[in-house]
Each structure stands twice: as C-alpha cells, then as structure tokens.
Design a protein around this ligand. Structure first.
Ligand SMILES: Cc1ncc(C[n+]2csc(CCOP(=O)(O)OP(=O)(O)O)c2C)c(N)n1
Ligand SMILES: [Mg+2]
Length: 353
C-alpha cells in the first residue's frame, strides 16, 4: 500500500515536472516567432514536452535508487526529474550552456547524468538495449540494482524493443520495460499501426508478466511498478508495464496538431493525473494549505533552476571539437586554437571515426 508520504512525494515531483515544462514553453518561444524559427532563441532545436505523462515517471521512479539505471526516450523531463537528475544542470543543458549535463551539446533529448544513472536519446526504443546491458552488468556484479527502460507505444514494434525483451527474458535480467501509451506517435494514432491495443500483451510472447494500467493514476502506477521492481531486485526477471498517459501538448513545440481531433485534445486535458492525485491527497486528510505549500516548493525549485541556467556561460566555439569522435575540419583546427590539444578531444581519437 502506498503511504501518504509517498503520495506527497509523487505529487511534488509531478507538479515540478508540469511547471518545469510550462516554464520551458515560455522560454522556448522567446525569439522564435512570428514565423517559428526553430533555431532561434535561448532554447534552439526541438522540444518534446511530456505534460500528461507525469504519473508514469513519478510512480515508477519512486521505487528506484541512484544506482538503478533509467533510460528514457525523446520526451524525458518528467522521468529525469523523478529519477533525481540535477535540475539545474539539466536546465543548463537544455539552454545549451557550458555547465549543462553534457556541456550544452546534447540539448533536451540527450541528457546524461552518471550520478543517478540516467540517460535519454531521440531514437525510439533506443533505450531498451542499454537498459538490458545495465541489468546484465548488475547481475554479473551480483548487485541488486535494476534497470528501467521507458519507451512510447509508437516504439513497441521496433526490433530493439522486442530483442531486448527476449534477451532480458532468456537471462532473467533485472529490468522493467515501461511503455507510455499516449495514443499517438507524432501524427499517427495507435490503431493505424498495430492491432494490439494493449501493449502489455507483447510480454506473453516472451513468457513474461505484462501489466497494463488503463489510467494515468500515479497510485496504480506506483503499485504495479513496485511489484515489477521488487521482482527484478529479487532476481526473478523482467516485467513489461504499459501505462495509459495523455499528450496534453503537440508532439513537439510548434506542432499545430492539425491531424488531431479537438475532442481528443480536450479529453487529454480533462484527465489530469495531477488533479487526481491532489484529490487523493485530500481524501487522505492532506489539507489545501499543505498542497499549496508543495506546489510553491516545486515552483520555487523550477524557477531557481531556470534562473541559474540562464546565468551560465555559453561554451566556447572551439569546445565543439572536444569529446567528439571526429576530427575538426582543417580550417577549424587552424582557427580553433586549443581545441585539438584539449584532453579527450578529437585530436586523441585520430583517424576517420
Ligand atoms: C528509429 C526511429 N524512427 C523514427 C523516429 C522519428 N520519431 C520521433 S518520435 C516518433 C514517434 C514516437 O512515438 P511514441 O514512441 O509513441 O512516443 P511519443 O512521442 O508519443 O511520446 C518517431 C517516429 C525516431 N526518432 N527513431
Ligand atoms: Mg506515443
């Protein structure tokens, strides 16, 4: 049974994630309008927001420790926040700053935080094989760490996912696969690409437990994930969980969603897992004042991270050639000065990588 303290922790994380994304919307739009120049402003490039997915990240990560591994897809913020990724350095990364998690080179889709074993990337289902690798490493080292791979329902036909399920099953690895089903893969509704409406059924093909949670109820996610993580930690192998979530915004910022029926957008907005959890808290005797205090704390944390990030220095142009696998173009090597001499830089890799 979930405790009130755990419900409160989840609530605060979910509010943090939602407010974080709402604030990123403001920051992202600076300088991009009126013609929507995706490369302009303080957050250049794509931005995929996960508003409506919060219950999944919070409910699962409540059971995880820093030494457990999480891999996330291109819509990662709610999961990163719940896993305990450093919010300031994550924000600096999103703003392309030097002190960002990846020195400002990865942006919002390529966050990597070794302190809490978190990584995400934009190729769908890409996180599954590394999560299986982390689980295999944990097993070989005789630790009780587990790994969790999050993916979208649009990725459940990917070979990388299906092969990962198979390898995890064959070796009884401590890994949990969490499918976030928001009904859409960019503009493609789920029923146009698969006849399997319950993605957790994929587990049966690998003789694994598969659980579907039909509503984005943080408590239901918490309970299902608790069982799956315990099963993995106890050496009893993998589980597949699918959680129904809702995409409250476009696929990415700037997506006009012309393909999406208004009624579907409205439905997504009405099913608010955060409001649902607030109601649960009240039914457990948590007062409105307590709830306000949690919201204020969450908002304060977000504002502090954004202000800090915006004060951080931009990387020097020559740093573009550090920690990469290819040599700088000849012209840049001459102009870039110290880049080719820096430790771990392209100069050390040599050859054509
Ligand atoms: C292997 C691969 N193919 C195609 C893409 C382009 N792409 C980016 S997001 C996306 C849809 C993902 O849908 P889903 O997995 O349901 O995640 P959601 O965006 O709904 O969270 C696609 C096809 C990609 N990133 N990787
Ligand atoms: Mg989807």
């Amino acid at each position: 049974m979930v405790s009130v303290t755990d419900l409160q922790t989840m609530y605060e994380q979910m509010v943090t994630a939602r407010h974080y994304e709402e604030r990123l919307v403001d920051e992202y739009l600076v300088g991009k309008q009126p013609a929507f120049d995706i490369s302009a402003g303080p957050i250049p490039g794509e931005l995929h927001l996960a508003a409506g997915h919060e219950a999944s990240g919070a409910g699962v990560c409540m059971h995880l420790r820093d030494d457990d591994t999480v891999t996330a897809p291109h819509r990662p913020h709610h999961i990163a926040i719940a896993k305990g990724v450093d919010l300031k350095r994550m924000t600096a990364e999103i703003f392309g700053r030097k002190t960002g998690l990846c020195r400002g080179k990865g942006g919002h889709m390529h966050l990597f935080d070794p302190d809490v074993n978190f990584a995400c990337a934009g190729i769908i289902a890409q996180g599954c094989p590394p999560a299986v690798g982390a689980a295999m490493a944990a097993k070989k080292r005789n630790t009780d760490s587990v790994a969790v791979a999050f993916l979208g329902e649009g990725a459940i036909d990917q070979g990388g996912f299906l092969e990962s399920l198979n390898l995890a099953a064959v070796h009884d690895l401590p890994v949990v696969f969490v499918v976030e089903d928001n009904d859409w893969a960019i503009s493609m509704p789920k029923d146009r690409v698969t006849d399997v409406q319950n993605g957790a059924q994929r587990a049966a093909g690998f003789d694994l437990p598969g659980v579907r949670i039909d509503s984005d109820d943080a408590t239901a996610v918490y309970e299902a994930a608790g069982e799956a993580v315990m099963r993995a930690r106890d050496g009893n192998g993998p589980t597949l969980i699918e959680v129904q979530v809702h995409r409250r915004m476009g696929h990415f910022m700037g997506d006009a969603e012309a393909y999406r029926p208004e009624a579907d957008i409205d439905r997504a907005k009405q099913r608010d897992s955060i409001e649902r959890l607030a109601a649960d808290l009240r039914s457990h005797g948590v007062t409105d004042d307590d709830i306000d205090e949690m919201r204020e704390r969450a908002h304060g944390r977000v504002e502090a991270a954004i202000s800090w990030a915006k004060e951080q220095p931009e990387p020097e142009p020559a740093e573009a050639y550090e920690n990469v696998f290819t040599n700088p173009p000849a012209q840049a090597a001459t102009d870039g000065g110290s880049a080719a001499d820096a430790p771990g830089d392209a100069g050390e890799t040599g050859g054509d990588n």
